[in-house]
Design a binder for this molecule. Structure first.
Ligand code: LLP
Length: 416
């Protein structure tokens, strides 16, 4: 996370001190680096430069309009999974012709909205959805550009909750049924077959499963062509992992090197759907230590961020690095602690049995690698307002989402 480093004794995001930022906007706060965002987006764009391609950023990882707008202006497309994400993507300025609509349970209303917006492609995940889309498109008087999301049945070797390409998962059309469903798609008046799609899982740190999946989809595209079903776009999904602790995921170039041979040969436009690898290490969650508590059994560091701000440790047992904002704290003696939030659940922890330099009440901590699936999965549990989000650009910052107020939390409710 090169854009988060110590300067003049404070941890900074680019040139903005997190200590002064906390004084300005309060804690907890999500802090994003614009330079880091653009760097990871351009890493993909450069690595795939030799083929026609669109990097469709996966909005679910972080749908903040400030983040989306930055990527849209840089030339990215968007991968969306709901009507809400379509709304966000359009509001942020993504051209509809660079938006792909994925997801296992799109409603008819959502399909209609996306047809009206004229998105680039629908990634269809079942025969039932295909028929519904055909129906809605004919009602609307248009033809829906369609790819089938095929489940290649490869083991992505990741956390079971975020593996999607196994044949036991709810995602995609089973490989064995792909030809049959493509044949039906080709016969429907309301849809036009344009592509093929895979996505095998998230936080992938090995290249081999990706290579296997792409080889399978390339073989499918060839046999479809033999049957006169022309595929001009192949969507390889997202999923490339990031370094949270000591993982060594493939770089953009290594990733491209694994995928490109099979894709180049097909002569298709390549679509990518990366989320985490664009935004994950471009953000942190800034929190302040409220209390210390020593029980004899354990030492707890109670902070003002909680599982409602970052659910990944509770949900996936995920590891997020913690760094003190004051560089001097790094020299304090180490102790083993649980870093926990104020929520009334034992599952509300941000780090467990972690060896950390001793922190005191009032200290600021940066929870690293919190750009992806942190604010996006935040909730109001325990009636906690969602935290402010800040986008840093050099020595300036913009509040891209203000902290929620108590009034925001009850807006829409009624006292009887
Ligand atoms: N495309 C599809 C169809 C997806 O389902 C996903 C993620 C992506 C693209 C983007 O994947 P990425 O590049 O971000 O790995 N909440 C979990 C991750 C869930 C991923 C869901 N699908 C976490 O915090 O680890």
């Amino acid at each position: 996370m090169a854009h988060f480093a110590y300067r003049h004794s404070d941890l900074c995001c680019e040139q903005v001190s997190l200590r002064s930022l906390a004084a300005d906007v309060g804690t907890p706060a999500y802090v994003y680096s614009k330079a880091a965002l653009l760097e990871s987006y351009r890493g993909y764009d450069d690595a795939f430069a030799e083929v026609p391609h669109v990097v469709c950023y996966s909005v679910k990882a972080n749908g903040n309009l400030g983040v989306l707008g930055t990527l849209a202006r840089a030339g990215a497309g968007a991968d969306i999974v709901s009507g809400g994400e379509l709304f966000r993507a359009l509001r942020a300025g993504f051209p509809p012709g660079r938006i792909i609509f994925s997801g296992v349970g799109k409603t008819r209303d959502e399909l209609r909205e996306a047809l009206k917006a004229e998105v680039l492609m629908f990634n269809v995940e079942s025969l039932s959805e295909l028929r519904a889309l055909d129906d809605v498109a004919r009602e609307t008087g248009v033809r829906a550009p369609v790819a089938l999301r095929v489940n290649p049945d490869v083991d992505p070797e990741t956390h079971p909750y975020i593996a999607t390409g196994l044949k036991t998962s709810k995602f995609g059309i089973p490989f064995a049924q792909a030809h049959e469903v493509y044949a039906e798609a080709a016969s429907l008046k309301g849809v036009e077959v344009v592509g093929a799609d895979i996505h095998i899982g998230s936080q992938l740190t090995k290249a081999a499963p990706l290579a296997d999946a792409v080889a399978r989809i390339a073989a499918l595209v060839k046999t479809l062509r033999e049957r006169s079903i022309e595929i001009r776009m192949v969507d390889v999904g997202g999923g490339l992992g990031i370094r949270y602790r000591d993982e060594a995921p493939p770089t953009h170039r290594e990733y491209a090197r694994v995928l490109l041979p099979a894709l180049r040969e097909l002569g298709v436009t390549v679509l990518l759907e990366p989320g985490r690898s664009i935004v994950g290490n471009a953000g942190i969650l800034l929190t302040r230590v409220l209390y210390r508590k020593e029980t004899g059994e354990k030492t707890f560091v109670v902070v003002d961020a909680a599982m409602n701000d970052l659910i990944r440790p509770a949900l996936y047992d995920a590891y997020h690095e913690l760094q003190p904002v004051a560089e001097a704290r790094l020299d304090a003696p180490r102790e083993t602690v649980d870093v926990v939030g104020p929520i009334c659940e034992s599952g509300d922890f941000l780090a467990k049995d972690r060896a950390l330099a001793r922190t005191e009440e009032g200290d600021l901590l940066a929870i690293m690698s919190a750009g992806a699936y942190a604010s996006a999965m935040a909730s109001n549990y325990n009636t906690r307002p969602r935290a402010v989000e800040v986008l840093v650009d050099g020595n300036r910052y913009t509040i891209v989402r203000r902290r929620e107020t108590y009034e925001d939390l009850v807006a829409g409710e009624t006292v009887l």
